[in-house]
Design a protein around this ligand. Structure first.
Ligand SMILES: [Zn+2]
Length: 251
């Protein structure tokens, strides 16, 4: 952890700090990851959550979707010390942009602070009408699915509700992506946290920052494709490293 002190100093001096988070920040909250042996894709077929299936068979799609939600959020899921540390950094003005690949909504509290939250893959706690684009809370809609309304329909236009996440076969939101790239380009410090940095577009964000002379850091249990390029490559548990970083900055 000897890299924490100089990284903290860089964050204190920076005008623009961007953090990117991936699945590794949420496993400590009990959310299964997707790609490991015990991961989601060992229990479900990715094809079941393809946009094509939503279009062709929304009834069955929603049935599986409710089951997936149970698997991901069955136990009560709460933010962990790594989420809390980012929230604190944002509140104290040290974190300006938080980009996440996660759809679990565990950064929601940070969205209420000064940092801009960009959810690249959407948020599983919301649904969006596939026709009129109206967004609403997912909980009550899932309850309607459970009591037999399949697929659930929008009260405004009778369109079909879709989880407000980027399904396989769907494009990422253009403006979110543009904003994430723009902020990465202008970052003084870029932190990649709990992301394997193997999936685009997240993989390219630290590279954009690095090319534009940002101080870059990777905090992850395993080596990532960007680790060798990062100024600080901290291999460790995000729930240890981030609170330590936060403490160091406050000192
Ligand atoms: Zn609608």
């Amino acid at each position: 952890m000897e890299q924490v002190a100089p990284l903290a100093a860089a964050i204190r001096d920076a005008d623009s700090v961007v953090a990117l988070t991936g699945a590794g920040i949420s496993t400590a909250s009990g959310i299964p990851d997707f790609r490991s042996d015990s991961g989601i894709w060992n229990r479900f077929e990715p094809e079941d959550f393809h946009y094509r299936r939503f279009c062709n068979d929304p009834k069955d799609f929603w049935e599986d979707r409710v089951e997936l939600h149970e698997t991901m959020f069955g136990e009560k899921v709460e933010p962990n010390p790594a989420h809390d540390a980012l929230h604190e950094l944002a509140e104290e003005g040290y974190l300006h942009t938080l980009v996440t690949q996660n759809t679990d909504g565990l950064h929601d509290s940070t969205a209420e602070t000064a940092a801009k939250l960009i959810e690249l893959h959407g948020n599983a706690h919301r649904v969006v009408c596939d026709s009129c684009g109206r967004k609403t809370e997912a909980g009550p809609v899932r309850e309607r699915v459970e009591s037999g309304e399949r697929p659930p329909r929008c009260g405004d236009c009778d369109g079909i509700f879709k989880p407000d996440v980027v399904l396989f076969g769907e494009q990422l939101g253009k403006s979110d992506l543009q904003c994430a790239r723009e902020r990465s380009r202008n970052a003084d410090v870029f932190l990649a946290i709990g992301s394997s940095l193997s999936v685009e577009p997240a993989a390219s964000l630290p590279r954009i920052a690095e090319r534009n002379n940002a101080t870059t850091a990777v905090v992850n249990l395993d080596k990532t494709p960007f680790s060798a390029l990062a100024e600080y490559d901290i291999r460790g548990d995000v729930t240890d490293v981030l609170p330590a970083l936060c403490e160091e900055i406050a000192d």
